[in-house]
Design a binder for this molecule. Structure first.
Ligand code: APR
Length: 315
């Protein structure tokens, strides 16, 4: 059986960390592409040098040439600028749109059957941009954010309650940004609702820290943004697709009426499998939660407007 290939565009902090995490699953050969001559090649070779130590059976190939991504089952796009202290993800909008658009064109050319996972920020806008630029069905264009935001929420809750983080089943929707929608009512710890375990003020503090988690790391690092947890989050999505796991998680998906939204990408609960997006899961929301999601949708909409992408594609 031939091994699947996963391409990762951008061999910076997030791209290289994703490649390294993925390589150690031995699930797929990896093509790592970066515009900077030698960067992807050097990092790929460094990973390959660890083969004996890490029992790697897969290959990691670095390149500046998009021909390296041909026949990839999945293409992960991490290329772009990362935030600097004080910058919002929206500040990155136009600069990253200019980087991402030609990359997506190369993906269409060299890996026309692939499933695309966008990571470049602002995530939800970039996911919709990729959807319009590819012309692909929506099942093949996804964005990674909900897994990461959920993992951050789970970590905070676990710290507060003194339980293991994997005993928390988080639910975080909306944008990967200030209009993130943490749903404490739908977040459970060993089957119990978070809202039954902690008083509202404590829950609100955990929600706020999750929303600010990316900025907290940017402020600490002073140069660059998070990459370890983002790398693990991408691998969770890649694994679900390669193994046709049908796993429920949150991802940025193109909405065609779900949750009252149309013509945008937004973080919603989904099931992922071999064809990419298998289902958008509809969960019940209170009117307050629905309003929060509408506010998130409005942020994405204004980003799309700034890029002239509103109504760019019929769905
Ligand atoms: N083609 C290929 N690679 C590119 C291109 C391009 N046109 N433009 C930039 N790159 C590469 C850079 O050379 C760099 O190696 O993208 C990489 C980005 O890496 P970092 O600067 O380390 O940024 P990183 O922390 O990985 O974040 C990348 O992911 O989480 C998001 O907000 C983050 O948008 C940012 C992206």
């Amino acid at each position: 059986m031939t091994r699947p290939k996963v391409a990762i565009i951008g061999a910076g902090q997030v791209g290289a960390t994703t490649a390294w995490n993925l390589a150690r699953t031995n699930l797929a050969d990896i093509a790592l592409v970066d515009i900077v001559e030698g960067l992807a090649q050097g990092k790929a070779l460094d990973m390959m040098h660890a083969s004996a130590l890490e029992h790697l059976t897969v290959t990691v190939e670095g390149s500046t040439d998009y021909a390296a991504i041909r026949e990839s089952r999945i293409v992960v796009v991490t290329a772009g600028l990362a935030r600097k202290p004080g910058m919002t993800r929206e500040d990155l909008l136009k600069a990253n749109a200019e980087i991402v658009r030609p990359i997506v064109e190369q993906v269409v050319r060299h890996a026309p059957q692939a499933i695309l996972i966008m990571v470049t920020n602002p995530l939800d806008v970039m996911t919709y941009l990729a959807y319009t630029a590819t012309g692909w069905e929506r099942s093949r264009v996804l964005g990674m954010a909900g897994v990461l935001d959920g993992a951050r929420f789970a970590y905070g809750i676990a710290q507060r309650l003194g339980v293991a983080p994997d005993q928390v089943a988080p639910m975080v929707l909306g944008t990967h940004g200030d209009t993130m929608v943490c749903l404490p009512r739908h977040t459970t710890v060993n089957g119990k609702r978070l809202t039954d375990l902690l008083p509202p003020d404590d829950v609100a503090a955990l929600v706020q820290r999750t929303r600010d988690a990316g900025a907290e790391i940017v402020a600490l690092l002073k140069a660059g943004s998070a990459f370890y947890a983002p790398g693990s989050s991408v691998v969770a999505m890649v694994r679900a697709i390669l193994q046709n796991a049908q796993t429920a998680m949150t991802a940025s998906a193109i909405l065609t009426g779900e949750y009252g939204c149309h013509g945008i990408a937004l973080g919603v609960p989904v099931r992922l499998g071999a064809t990419g997006l298998a289902e958008i899961i509809q969960i019940d929301l209170t009117s307050e939660e629905r309003q929060a999601l509408q506010a998130a949708a409005a942020t994405v909409q204004s980003g799309l407007q700034a890029l002239g992408l509103v109504g760019a594609k019929k769905s």
